[in-house]
Design a protein around this ligand. Structure first.
Ligand SMILES: O=C[C@H](O)COP(=O)(O)O
Length: 260
């Protein structure tokens, strides 16, 4: 069985300009260093607005920080007449490691569907970026008890046509929409139910080896008070953290869940 290094990813969403970004990443780095965080035991990354990437890159390189960084979206195209879009080539040139794809806010406010999520995932992989593919059900689906089938359909869509080699590189983030920014954290067993089903689906689509390699995160109102129990579940390999990632001390605590 593969050993999956936990990944704690902070999604800043549309917060922090490029100057505020330096301040936040500096404080985060300080808290992690102060706590002697070992990045080999839990990777820590920040997904920042496009305009912050250069600032964060400069800081990370200058400080030789163990942090990595990423973007919150990427184009399905490589170059050309796509006003407002950002190519994976540009992101790769800025040393980006991760890119969130299909976040529920993009699905909801920008009409992104599974086919677009799939195209963006392939484009990211083709340019050496690691996609963090976001999936998860809304409240109506949860109330109807259909969270597993709904989320697995999104997984099927995102992985459509991906080779086993590429599939093994993808990170999946299960984020029940009703738990995002609401303070309503899913219970550890809610997270395990869907995360486990995602891994089982990857085993069906590919193989046990691929399913073992893919990290499946949980996201939705994660705090330092909830991370330890979530991480105790066997198919929760990390967290995608929104609001709490804007507080460097709190986010560092989440990243250091093994020391809690
Ligand atoms: O990408 C992160 C998720 O949307 C979770 O956000 P949240 O931690 O503020 O609930």
């Amino acid at each position: 069985m593969a050993t999956r290094t936990p990944l704690i990813a902070g999604n800043w969403k549309m917060n922090k300009d490029h100057l505020e970004a330096i301040d936040l990443v500096q404080k985060l780095d300080w808290h992690l260093k102060d706590g002697k965080h070992d990045f080999a035991t839990a990777e820590v990354t920040v997904l920042v607005p496009f305009t912050d990437l250069r600032s964060v890159q400069t800081f990370v390189d200058a400080e030789k920080s163990g942090l990595s960084y990423g973007a919150q979206d990427v184009s399905a195209h490589v170059s050309g007449a796509y006003t407002g879009e950002i190519s994976p080539v540009f992101l790769a040139r800025l040393g980006v490691t991760y890119v969130a794809i299909g976040h529920s806010e993009r699905r909801q406010y920008h009409g992104e569907d599974d086919a677009l999520v799939n195209a963006k995932t392939k484009n990211a992989l083709a340019h050496g970026l690691v996609p963090i593919v976001c999936v998860g059900e809304g409240l109506d689906v949860r109330k109807a008890g259909e969270q597993v089938s709904y989320t697995l359909a999104q997984v099927d869509g995102a992985f459509e046509g991906l080779s086993a080699e590429d599939a093994a590189k993808v990170v999946v983030a299960y984020e029940p929409v009703w738990a995002i920014g609401t303070g309503e954290v899913a219970t550890p067993s809610d997270a395990q139910e869907v995360n486990g089903a995602i891994r089982a689906r990857l085993a069906e689509l590919y193989s046990a080896e691929v399913a073992d390699a893919v990290r499946v995160l949980y996201g939705g109102s994660v705090k330092s008070s909830s991370i330890v129990e979530l991480m105790a579940e066997k198919d929760v390999d990390g967290a995608l953290v929104g609001g709490a990632s804007l507080d460097p001390e709190e986010f560092a605590k989440i990243a250091r869940f093994q020391q809690a």
